[in-house]
Design a protein around this ligand. Structure first.
Ligand SMILES: Nc1ncnc2c1ncn2[C@@H]1O[C@H](COP(=O)(O)OP(=O)(O)OP(=O)(O)O)[C@@H](O)[C@H]1O
Ligand SMILES: [Mg+2]
Length: 257
């Protein structure tokens, strides 16, 4: 059973030049709830993600975290407030090691005098990165191996592990199962289920509709920048979900309109 509303978007819009990528989108995410965000290519999903993560400023609309209005000046502000995002292009630095990636932007320094000189606490970060990735169910060969030496799926696993390990309130996963084999995709779905159990609010974006139907509590369908449906997952079948995405099934007005 989901808890309080943890993250809310009200009437958000975003244009890129003449393209209206997001047109008056509203959604509510509860603690311990997984929302599936679906829609065709170009529907506006990643744009919605970037607005929620602080990567893009919306042209209009409001964001509320735990009921308090927030205006994110940068992704870092959202991160520090507990909103973690895995972008569609996961943004790992290939030349850095697994643990350096896990701690990217949040590096630990050794204590005291040496810390003032900017010495990184490398051993501690290797150890903690390994522990945090294991804790969320991700096995990587070694946390001091360079990311460029990992397979595509392993890189994706590191990116997901990093996001889940740091998330305090909300986690947004933009197509996290892309490029993954069936077993690894199954592991990602388990990670999502565990994040939900921990009470996080999760937004899961995927074109693999059986995954969305399996792991979400509610599905939000975007079409041409507009939310055309927002309903409990139990109300969809595979066929009605496809029809809603493509527009062959008429949609009713949704909450927030
Ligand atoms: N930086 C940008 N500059 C200009 N137009 C953009 C930019 N990013 C996205 N768009 C446009 O905005 C619209 C929404 O794109 P968005 O990336 O949000 O779609 P999406 O639903 O994530 O699609 P996909 O399933 O292919 O990832 C598209 O028409 C896209 O071409
Ligand atoms: Mg996208």
């Amino acid at each position: 059973m989901a808890g309080e509303v943890i993250y809310e978007l009200k009437n958000a819009s975003k244009r890129y030049g003449s393209v209206i990528a997001l047109d008056g989108a509203s959604l509510k995410l509860h603690a311990g709830e997984v929302i599936g965000l679906v829609g065709d290519n170009g529907a506006g999903k990643s744009t919605l993600v970037k607005v929620l993560s602080g990567a893009h400023q919306p042209d209009g609309g409001q964001i509320f975290l735990e009921g308090k209005e927030r205006v994110w000046g940068s992704p870092r502000e959202a991160l520090e407030a507990g909103v973690e995002t895995l972008y569609q292009d996961s943004g790992l630095a290939p030349h850095l090691t697994v643990s350096q990636n896990v701690f990217l932007g949040r590096e630990k320094f050794v204590g005291g005098f040496l810390g003032k000189l900017g010495f990184l606490a490398k051993k501690e970060m290797d150890h903690d990165a390994h522990r945090d990735l294991e804790a969320v169910g991700i096995a990587v060969p070694s946390s001091n191996r360079s990311v460029s030496q990992l397979s595509g799926g392993q890189r994706q696993a590191v990116a997901i592990g990093r996001a889940v390990a740091w998330a305090k309130k909300v986690i947004i996963l933009d197509e996290p199962t892309n490029h993954l084999g069936a077993r690894q995709a199954g592991e990602v779905l388990n990670i999502i289920k565990n994040a939900k159990k921990k009470g996080l609010g999760v937004i899961f974006i995927s074109h693999t509709l059986p995954h969305v139907l399996e792991v979400t509590d509610r599905i939000v369908v975007l079409r041409l920048g507009r939310i055309v449906k927002d309903a409990p997952t139990s109300e969809f079948t595979g066929d009605t979900l496809i029809g809603t995405i493509t527009g062959t099934i008429q949609t009713i007005k949704v909450e927030g309109d």
